[in-house]
Write a protein that binds this ligand. Structure first.
Ligand SMILES: Cc1cc2nc3c(=O)[nH]c(=O)nc-3n(C[C@H](O)[C@H](O)[C@H](O)COP(=O)(O)O)c2cc1C
Length: 252
């Protein structure tokens, strides 16, 4: 099957084929019992070494939600969504559990960062799929990284807990339903028995062709990943947050 053929998902997998990030929510709560189901779906995610290295902070205080939205590039959907979580990696609780039984804490910063981010993301994505299967819209908020250090302070997070991103879950405004966004060609991301020796200009251009149905994909890539872009600006903020949360692999 060619990588760019439209995929006909069977009904049991339709939730994946229908995914799009939602940025316009009706100001309505989730149906009774649905948040519980979404959270339980999250909790069923696998967890590395049974460490459960995550903490999800549900933000129900309207003033706090508003301040966080402002800190996250002033994104209105953070205010409008029925639910908003700050998703954190968390080795604070794990350390306490180990020390409770007399173990000396042996996990260092690099492993904490990678494993904690992995564990938290599995829970978050389970919640996204569950919420979307129930008909809700979701949107991750990476702009938490615009002010990670300030947000960690605002939320009084202890050492070993680091905000990764936010997660909006809410009732979709049907009048503002976005189109499905394309994906990078499969041949550039899924490989067999090893990594390719390189990518030809044609192959790279094919990604731009697919990813630019309305506007040039480089508008996004350049503004995020090129010199002077968002990711570069986030680097010192992340360094400060890692230090503050006791997760800097190379503390001064
Ligand atoms: C870790 C992460 C952070 C994101 N941060 C934001 C964000 O701050 N604001 C936003 O509106 N969308 C955010 N998104 C959504 C992406 O823009 C979106 O997933 C991408 O454009 C692909 O579109 P789709 O999800 O509709 O398929 C984020 C997605 C991820 C996975």
């Amino acid at each position: 099957m060619g990588s760019q053929l439209p995929v006909e998902f069977p009904s049991s997998l339709r939730v994946f084929g229908e995914h799009r990030s939602i940025r316009y929510f009706l100001r309505q709560p989730l149906a009774v019992g649905h948040l519980h189901l979404i959270v339980e779906a999250g909790r069923r995610a696998p967890t590395d070494a049974q460490g459960h290295m995550y903490a999800f902070l549900r933000i129900t205080d309207a003033d706090l939600r508003d301040r966080l939205a402002t800190l996250c590039a002033d994104q209105q959907h953070i205010r409008d969504a029925a639910e908003f979580y700050v998703v954190c990696l968390d080795v604070y609780r794990l350390r306490q559990l180990v020390e409770l039984r007399g173990g000396e804490w042996g996990m260092r910063e690099r492993i904490s960062l990678i494993y904690g981010a992995t564990d938290a993301t599995m829970v978050a994505q389970n919640m996204v799929v569950a919420a979307e299967a129930l008909g809700y819209g979701t949107c991750y908020i990476g702009a938490v990284q615009n002010n990670t250090d300030v947000i960690a302070e605002e939320l009084a997070l202890p050492e070993g807990v680091l905000p990764l991103y936010g997660l909006c879950i809410g009732v979709i405004d049907p009048a503002m339903m976005p189109d499905l966004k394309p994906r990078v060609p499969r041949t550039l991301c899924f490989f067999e028995n090893g990594y390719p020796t390189g990518f030809s200009t044609d192959e790279l251009q094919s990604a731009y062709d697919v990813m630019s149905p309305k506007r040039d994909w480089y508008t996004a890539l350049g503004s995020y990943f090129a010199d002077g872009g968002t990711m570069q600006k986030r680097e010192p903020i992340m360094a400060r947050a890692w230090r503050r949360q006791g997760l800097d692999p190379q503390p001064e």
